[in-house]
Design a binder for this molecule. Sequence first.
Ligand code: HEC
Length: 200
Amino acid sequence: MKLKWLAGLSLAVGVGGLGLWLSTAPHAVAQETAAKKPLVEFTKDGKVKQPVGYRKWVFIGSPVTPNDMNDGEASFPEFHNTYMDPESFAYVEEHGEYRDGTVIVKELTAVGSKEESSGNGYFQGEFTGLEISIRDSKRYPDEPGNWAYFSFGHKYPLKEMAAKNGAASCNSCHENNATNFVFSDVYPVLKDALKKAKKK
Ligand code: HEC
Protein backbone atom coordinates (compact mmCIF):
# COMPACT_ATOMS: atom_id res chain seq x y z
CA MET A 1 0.00 0.00 0.00
CA LYS A 2 2.78 2.40 1.05
CA LEU A 3 4.82 1.42 -2.04
CA LYS A 4 1.90 2.17 -4.31
CA TRP A 5 1.61 5.65 -2.78
CA LEU A 6 5.33 6.30 -3.32
CA ALA A 7 5.09 5.22 -6.95
CA GLY A 8 2.18 7.61 -7.45
CA LEU A 9 4.16 10.44 -5.89
CA SER A 10 7.21 9.88 -8.10
CA LEU A 11 4.97 9.77 -11.17
CA ALA A 12 3.44 13.10 -10.15
CA VAL A 13 6.91 14.64 -9.65
CA GLY A 14 7.97 13.26 -13.03
CA VAL A 15 4.98 14.75 -14.82
CA GLY A 16 5.48 18.04 -12.97
CA GLY A 17 9.12 18.12 -14.10
CA LEU A 18 8.09 17.45 -17.68
CA GLY A 19 5.59 20.30 -17.48
CA LEU A 20 8.31 22.61 -16.23
CA TRP A 21 10.66 21.49 -19.02
CA LEU A 22 7.96 21.98 -21.66
CA SER A 23 7.15 25.45 -20.39
CA THR A 24 10.78 26.64 -20.43
CA ALA A 25 12.09 24.90 -23.59
CA PRO A 26 10.11 26.78 -26.30
CA HIS A 27 10.92 30.07 -24.59
CA ALA A 28 14.67 29.42 -24.92
CA VAL A 29 14.30 28.59 -28.62
CA ALA A 30 12.30 31.77 -29.25
CA GLN A 31 15.06 33.83 -27.63
CA GLU A 32 17.69 32.27 -29.89
CA THR A 33 15.72 33.01 -33.06
CA ALA A 34 15.09 36.61 -32.01
CA ALA A 35 18.86 37.17 -31.69
CA LYS A 36 19.45 36.16 -35.34
CA LYS A 37 19.56 39.56 -37.05
CA PRO A 38 21.73 40.42 -40.06
CA LEU A 39 25.17 41.69 -39.04
CA VAL A 40 24.96 44.75 -41.25
CA GLU A 41 22.12 46.40 -43.14
CA PHE A 42 22.37 47.65 -46.70
CA THR A 43 20.42 50.40 -48.46
CA LYS A 44 18.93 49.74 -51.90
CA ASP A 45 21.85 51.49 -53.59
CA GLY A 46 24.40 49.27 -51.81
CA LYS A 47 25.47 51.57 -48.99
CA VAL A 48 26.08 50.10 -45.55
CA LYS A 49 24.30 51.46 -42.49
CA GLN A 50 26.32 51.97 -39.33
CA PRO A 51 26.51 48.56 -37.67
CA VAL A 52 25.00 48.18 -34.21
CA GLY A 53 25.87 45.84 -31.37
CA TYR A 54 29.46 45.24 -32.50
CA ARG A 55 30.87 46.19 -29.10
CA LYS A 56 29.54 42.81 -27.96
CA TRP A 57 31.41 40.97 -30.76
CA VAL A 58 34.82 39.35 -30.32
CA PHE A 59 37.41 42.02 -29.51
CA ILE A 60 40.50 40.98 -31.46
CA GLY A 61 42.94 43.78 -30.66
CA SER A 62 43.67 47.49 -30.52
CA PRO A 63 46.55 48.84 -32.64
CA VAL A 64 47.46 52.45 -31.92
CA THR A 65 48.96 55.04 -34.28
CA PRO A 66 49.14 58.12 -32.03
CA ASN A 67 49.11 61.52 -33.73
CA ASP A 68 52.27 62.54 -31.92
CA MET A 69 54.24 59.75 -33.59
CA ASN A 70 52.79 60.59 -37.03
CA ASP A 71 53.61 64.25 -37.70
CA GLY A 72 50.62 65.35 -35.64
CA GLU A 73 48.05 63.60 -37.84
CA ALA A 74 47.91 59.82 -38.16
CA SER A 75 46.02 58.58 -41.25
CA PHE A 76 43.87 56.45 -38.95
CA PRO A 77 43.79 58.30 -35.63
CA GLU A 78 44.59 56.90 -33.05
CA PHE A 79 43.53 53.69 -31.20
CA HIS A 80 41.85 51.13 -33.45
CA ASN A 81 39.59 48.89 -31.36
CA THR A 82 38.88 46.00 -33.66
CA TYR A 83 36.03 43.46 -33.48
CA MET A 84 34.98 40.42 -35.52
CA ASP A 85 31.44 39.02 -35.56
CA PRO A 86 31.28 35.97 -33.25
CA GLU A 87 30.25 33.35 -35.84
CA SER A 88 33.07 34.32 -38.16
CA PHE A 89 35.51 34.25 -35.27
CA ALA A 90 34.33 30.73 -34.37
CA TYR A 91 34.91 29.78 -38.02
CA VAL A 92 38.47 31.12 -37.83
CA GLU A 93 39.07 29.05 -34.69
CA GLU A 94 37.85 25.95 -36.49
CA HIS A 95 39.20 26.41 -40.02
CA GLY A 96 41.93 29.05 -39.81
CA GLU A 97 40.33 31.21 -42.51
CA TYR A 98 37.77 33.97 -43.05
CA ARG A 99 34.34 32.72 -44.06
CA ASP A 100 32.00 34.33 -46.56
CA GLY A 101 30.04 36.90 -44.56
CA THR A 102 32.85 37.94 -42.22
CA VAL A 103 32.46 41.46 -40.84
CA ILE A 104 35.31 43.31 -39.12
CA VAL A 105 34.72 46.62 -37.36
CA LYS A 106 37.49 49.05 -36.52
CA GLU A 107 36.37 51.71 -34.08
CA LEU A 108 38.74 54.61 -33.60
CA THR A 109 39.33 56.50 -30.37
CA ALA A 110 41.61 59.42 -29.66
CA VAL A 111 44.46 59.27 -27.21
CA GLY A 112 43.08 60.86 -24.05
CA SER A 113 45.40 61.37 -21.15
CA LYS A 114 49.03 60.34 -21.23
CA GLU A 115 49.31 59.96 -17.52
CA GLU A 116 47.28 57.84 -15.13
CA SER A 117 47.96 56.54 -11.65
CA SER A 118 49.36 53.38 -13.24
CA GLY A 119 52.06 55.33 -15.05
CA ASN A 120 52.77 57.29 -18.24
CA GLY A 121 51.34 55.95 -21.48
CA TYR A 122 48.65 56.25 -24.11
CA PHE A 123 45.14 55.98 -22.68
CA GLN A 124 41.98 55.92 -24.77
CA GLY A 125 39.91 59.08 -24.96
CA GLU A 126 36.78 59.87 -27.01
CA PHE A 127 35.40 57.83 -29.91
CA THR A 128 36.47 59.43 -33.18
CA GLY A 129 35.74 57.16 -36.12
CA LEU A 130 34.41 53.93 -37.58
CA GLU A 131 35.39 51.71 -40.51
CA ILE A 132 34.37 48.23 -41.51
CA SER A 133 35.37 45.50 -43.92
CA ILE A 134 33.05 42.80 -45.26
CA ARG A 135 33.93 39.61 -47.08
CA ASP A 136 31.13 38.50 -49.37
CA SER A 137 31.68 36.62 -52.63
CA LYS A 138 28.09 37.08 -53.83
CA ARG A 139 27.85 40.78 -53.15
CA TYR A 140 31.45 41.62 -54.06
CA PRO A 141 32.55 39.12 -56.72
CA ASP A 142 34.87 41.69 -58.35
CA GLU A 143 36.66 42.99 -55.26
CA PRO A 144 40.09 41.41 -54.69
CA GLY A 145 39.56 38.56 -52.19
CA ASN A 146 35.86 39.55 -52.12
CA TRP A 147 36.66 42.10 -49.40
CA ALA A 148 34.83 45.46 -49.47
CA TYR A 149 35.82 48.46 -47.31
CA PHE A 150 33.67 51.24 -45.85
CA SER A 151 34.44 54.35 -43.82
CA PHE A 152 31.90 56.24 -41.72
CA GLY A 153 34.47 58.98 -41.12
CA HIS A 154 37.19 59.95 -38.70
CA LYS A 155 35.30 62.73 -36.95
CA TYR A 156 32.03 62.78 -34.99
CA PRO A 157 29.21 63.03 -35.92
CA LEU A 158 29.84 60.06 -38.20
CA LYS A 159 27.98 59.36 -41.42
CA GLU A 160 24.89 57.19 -40.93
CA MET A 161 25.67 55.30 -44.14
CA ALA A 162 28.81 54.64 -46.12
CA ALA A 163 29.38 53.77 -49.75
CA LYS A 164 31.97 51.17 -50.68
CA ASN A 165 35.45 52.59 -51.19
CA GLY A 166 37.29 51.93 -54.42
CA ALA A 167 39.76 49.05 -54.27
CA ALA A 168 42.66 51.46 -54.82
CA SER A 169 41.90 53.50 -51.70
CA CYS A 170 41.58 50.63 -49.20
CA ASN A 171 41.67 47.10 -50.55
CA SER A 172 45.02 47.36 -52.37
CA CYS A 173 46.99 48.22 -49.22
CA HIS A 174 45.33 45.30 -47.42
CA GLU A 175 45.92 42.98 -50.37
CA ASN A 176 49.59 43.89 -50.62
CA ASN A 177 50.59 44.19 -46.98
CA ALA A 178 48.36 41.90 -44.89
CA THR A 179 47.90 38.14 -44.81
CA ASN A 180 44.68 37.23 -46.63
CA PHE A 181 43.65 40.92 -46.53
CA VAL A 182 43.52 41.09 -42.70
CA PHE A 183 46.39 42.42 -40.59
CA SER A 184 46.13 39.45 -38.23
CA ASP A 185 49.66 39.96 -36.87
CA VAL A 186 48.55 43.07 -34.97
CA TYR A 187 45.53 41.44 -33.30
CA PRO A 188 46.78 39.02 -30.62
CA VAL A 189 43.38 37.37 -30.13
CA LEU A 190 42.95 36.65 -33.84
CA LYS A 191 46.59 35.69 -34.32
CA ASP A 192 46.36 33.12 -31.55
CA ALA A 193 43.11 31.68 -32.95
CA LEU A 194 44.72 31.30 -36.39
CA LYS A 195 47.78 29.63 -34.90
CA LYS A 196 45.72 27.15 -32.89
CA ALA A 197 43.42 26.38 -35.83
CA LYS A 198 46.40 25.40 -37.97
CA LYS A 199 47.50 22.86 -35.40
CA LYS A 200 44.14 21.03 -35.51
C1 HEC B 1 48.35 52.23 -46.36
C2 HEC B 1 47.70 51.01 -46.00
C3 HEC B 1 46.22 50.98 -45.65
C4 HEC B 1 45.18 51.60 -46.32
C5 HEC B 1 45.24 52.46 -47.56
C6 HEC B 1 43.97 51.21 -45.61
N1 HEC B 1 44.26 50.40 -44.55
FE1 HEC B 1 42.92 49.50 -43.32
N2 HEC B 1 44.45 48.81 -42.19
C7 HEC B 1 45.80 48.98 -42.46
C8 HEC B 1 46.59 48.40 -41.38
C9 HEC B 1 48.11 48.35 -41.30
C10 HEC B 1 45.66 47.88 -40.46
C11 HEC B 1 45.98 47.20 -39.14
C12 HEC B 1 46.76 48.08 -38.19
C13 HEC B 1 46.04 49.32 -37.79
O1 HEC B 1 44.84 49.27 -37.42
O2 HEC B 1 46.67 50.38 -37.85
C14 HEC B 1 44.33 48.12 -41.02
C15 HEC B 1 43.15 47.66 -40.46
C16 HEC B 1 41.89 47.84 -41.00
C17 HEC B 1 40.68 47.23 -40.53
C18 HEC B 1 40.59 46.14 -39.48
C19 HEC B 1 40.65 44.74 -40.11
C20 HEC B 1 41.90 44.40 -40.88
O3 HEC B 1 41.76 44.12 -42.09
O4 HEC B 1 43.03 44.38 -40.34
C21 HEC B 1 39.65 47.75 -41.24
C22 HEC B 1 38.18 47.44 -41.09
C23 HEC B 1 40.22 48.68 -42.19
N3 HEC B 1 41.60 48.70 -42.04
C24 HEC B 1 39.50 49.45 -43.06
C25 HEC B 1 40.08 50.27 -44.03
C26 HEC B 1 39.32 51.17 -44.88
C27 HEC B 1 37.81 51.36 -44.85
C28 HEC B 1 40.23 51.78 -45.70
C29 HEC B 1 39.98 52.80 -46.77
C30 HEC B 1 39.27 54.01 -46.39
C31 HEC B 1 41.55 51.27 -45.33
N4 HEC B 1 41.42 50.38 -44.31
C32 HEC B 1 42.71 51.66 -45.97
C33 HEC B 1 46.35 49.57 -43.56
C34 HEC B 1 45.63 50.26 -44.52
